[in-house]
Design a protein around this ligand. Structure first.
Ligand code: ASP
Length: 309
């Protein structure tokens, strides 16, 4: 058993350029990414599990208003906030996910409880919240999630008469993937979806195999981007399948899946860890909020540029 571990996280991909972000938002997002990274890295460095690390990391980002997950989530067209999340254990391929939550402070924790405390994989809406009540999972008033900038994005979209995919492509979903010292992998993703979504729309994030997937035989993946295309490609499972069945290197598999998304008219990014501890990202947008830590001493945070590592 090697004592190596690695963690990669994202806070969404999109039109993330110095001109669009800059200043206070850049500093705030960078600080939150570093804080989330360090929280997850502490779990892994202490010999904790990949599952605990990804949940810990995502909870920090859910509570931070810079990202479209938990507090700071995108608004639906009718001014509500509906949250989706998923978590997966690469060792057992156990998974839990939730969709359309309106009152659960940390959707990723409820997703984990779906995995550990229910016979199901995906719970939605009122039923998911009734399940949360049986476990005493923390709830908040929906106003907790609302921040001014996201409301402004909805107002702008409505004023332009646009649809959910016109809004300035700053997705902001959060996710984490980890490889622990035992060689186990896990993935987690949490989101408010896309601004202006309607009719109970659910994106790729809570769909196992689309936005989130982990399999110790291949990799752990968390996605962000135009969810409809990510669902149609089955991005996270596609990357794992390419690695496991075709013998692709992780970077090749990630690039191929994102190029397939692009062929369907979508863009976005992925983060990946492999059983050997590779920790990488790939995106087809101008930027992606991202960070990484490894037992070899890597500690980085990046927002712009370089689409692959
Ligand atoms: N993929 C997410 C969704 O479509 C959006 C995002 O990545 O920000 O719900």
């Amino acid at each position: 058993m090697t004592q190596t571990w690695s963690l990669v996280l994202h806070g969404g991909a999109g039109t993330i350029t110095p001109a669009r972000i800059g200043g206070a938002a850049e500093a705030g997002a960078s600080e939150a990414l570093a804080r989330a990274r360090d929280a997850g890295a502490a779990v892994l460095a202490g010999g904790g599990s990949a599952l605990d690390a990804v949940e810990t990391t995502v909870r920090v980002l859910e509570d931070d208003p810079h990202f479209n997950a938990g507090r700071g989530a995108a608004f639906t067209l009718d001014g509500r906030i509906e949250l989706d999340a998923a978590i997966m254990d690469g060792t057992t391929r156990a998974a839990g996910s939730v969709a359309g939550l309106t009152r659960i402070r940390n959707p990723i924790t409820l997703a984990r409880r779906v995995m550990s405390d229910s016979p199901h994989v995906l719970l939605s809406g009122d039923g998911a919240e009734a399940f949360a009540a049986t476990l005493g999972v923390e709830t908040v008033d929906p106003a907790w999630f609302a921040v001014t900038e996201r409301r402004r994005q909805l107002d702008e979209l409505v004023a332009r008469g646009g649809n959910a995919f016109d809004v300035d492509m700053k997705y902001g979903t959060v996710g984490a993937v980890a490889r622990d010292v035992h060689g186990h992998l896990a993935a987690a993703t949490s989101t408010g979806g896309v601004t202006g979504k309607r009719w109970g729309r659910i994106g790729d994030s809570p769909l196992i195999g689309a936005g989130t997937f982990a399999d110790d035989r291949a990799c752990a993946v968390s996605c962000t981007g135009s969810g409809e295309q990510f669902i149609r490609v089955g991005v996270a499972h596609e990357i794992a399948a390419r690695i496991r069945l075709a013998g692709d290197a992780a970077a090749i598999a990630a690039a191929a899946a994102l190029s397939d998304v692009r062929a369907l008219g979508g863009t976005g990014g992925v983060i990946v860890v492999t059983p050997s501890g590779e920790a990488l990202w790939h995106f087809t947008t101008p930027g992606m909020y991202r960070a990484r830590a490894t037992s070899a001493g890597v500690r980085d945070v990046a927002l712009y540029g370089e689409s692959a590592t």
